[in-house]
Write a protein that binds this ligand. Structure first.
Ligand code: LMR
Length: 393
């Protein structure tokens, strides 16, 4: 049976991990997969997380199953982090999922169960895995204009015009903050304009928030969610603790669904349980137990906030540093969008050939679209990175 199979191309983002590890040039620089790094190039376990893990090791008394929805206390804490008090609790259902990807996959199952023909509109461009993940689950996807790769700005007017023309009931996937891959998010006023159209056209907002706290702050980054939750009958929100808690491999996320009334919310809950059961049965516990421990303890929460602020500060600093270094090494090119964007990513605006040359000739790794993870920049390597980019321009 299997001899008829063809190998798949390596994943555009994850494939870079192995390629980078196999490169033995000491000057190599990893600007590929979205993980936070310190100036020393490490992705540490946060202090708040380590403390919570120690406590769990001492105090956890059982590893018996919790159920398809995971830990309800974790779910409520995460729901509050995303929604604040923007929506009535009895209309909200939140389940724990294996990371943000697991959340997206369960959301796809819910949409397909509710409306098999539904169309989901995704930003052009969007996270490289959105399309295979949601499309692979069976959803019909369609792009809406988002980013202008020549001028490095959001195509606001075209986006709004496209959204305004969508048929009632269609789903629109938004990135709450730190748009992956461009790093450019709508302003609060632009979010208000988007919400107006969502309400007017009766669209279903589906908001992916994988970087809460990495752009402006925990509450500020949830602006789009809270703005819409207060105004729409139905909405989907996927969250991830991979980046803001640094729990990447532990796979921690949630899926929240806002329903038109409390009775529908209960039905949604039972559907989500069924979908989870038919895919992975139950989410992994450890990472979620860590997040719960942090969020339940004011001291650990305060330490987490400090660490989150440090991570955000470092990303902003590295953007400024790279922009300054590029001004020096490639003065005829404008990279100022680096400091207009936030979060981990932005596009350099290079061709596939230039990206290949950076990898081959300089050991500087980035996704083929020329998306870079600015957390890979350090005060030590920034000169080399800028010089290498200038060399391929
Ligand atoms: C990324 O975009 O680099 C991260 O979200 C990691 C991933 O799974 O692709």
């Amino acid at each position: 049976m299997f001899d008829a199979l063809q190998p798949r191309p390596v994943d555009a983002i994850l494939g870079l991990i192995a390629e980078f590890n196999n490169d033995d040039r000491p000057q190599k620089v990893d600007l590929g997969v979205g993980v936070f790094r310190t100036p020393e190039g490490e992705t540490p376990v946060l202090d708040a997380v380590k403390s919570a893990e120690r406590r769990l090791l001492e105090q956890q008394t059982s590893k018996a199953y919790l159920g398809t929805a995971g830990d309800p206390v974790f779910n409520l804490a995460m729901q509050n982090l995303a929604f604040g008090d923007s929506a009535p609790a009895d209309r909200l259902t939140t389940v724990q999922t294996p990371g943000g990807s697991g959340s997206l996959r369960v959301a796809a199952g819910l949409l397909l169960t509710a409306s098999p023909e539904v169309k989901v509109h995704v930003s052009d461009p969007t996270w490289a895995n959105h399309v295979p993940l949601l499309g692979g689950a069976g959803l019909a996807l369609s792009p809406y204009p988002y980013y202008d790769t020549n001028t490095h700005v959001i195509r606001t007017d075209e986006m709004l015009e496209t959204l305004r023309a969508l048929p009632k009931g269609e789903v629109v996937l938004f990135h709450a903050c730190c748009h992956n891959p461009s790093g450019l998010d709508p302003s609060d006023d632009e979010w208000r304009a988007i919400a107006d159209i969502v309400v007017e056209r009766e669209l279903l907002p589906f908001i992916d928030m994988a970087y809460q706290g990495f752009s402006r702050g925990l509450d500020e980054d949830a602006f789009s969610i809270r703005q819409m939750a207060a105004r729409v009958p139905e909405m989907i929100v996927s969250t991830s603790c991979s980046k803001n808690f640094g729990l990447y491999r532990d796979r921690v996320g949630t899926l929240s669904v806002l329903s038109a009334d409390a009775a529908t919310a209960k039905t949604v809950q039972s559907q989500l349980s069924y979908i989870a059961r038919t895919i992975y049965s139950m989410p992994p516990d450890h990472g979620a137990a860590v997040v719960r421990t942090v969020l339940e303890d004011p001291q650990l929460t305060a330490r987490w906030h400090e660490e989150l602020n440090e991570m955000r500060g470092r990303l902003l600093d590295m953007r400024a540093l790279l922009n300054t270094s590029l001004q020096e090494h490639a003065p005829e090119h404008d990279f100022s969008h680096l400091i207009r964007a936030t979060g981990m990513f932005c596009f350099l605006g290079l061709s596939v050939e230039q990206v290949d040359a950076l990898k081959r000739d300089h050991g500087v790794y980035m996704v083929g679209s020329s998306r870079i993870n600015v957390a890979g920049i350090t005060p030590d390597n920034v000169g080399y990175v800028a010089e290498s980019i200038a060399a391929v321009l």
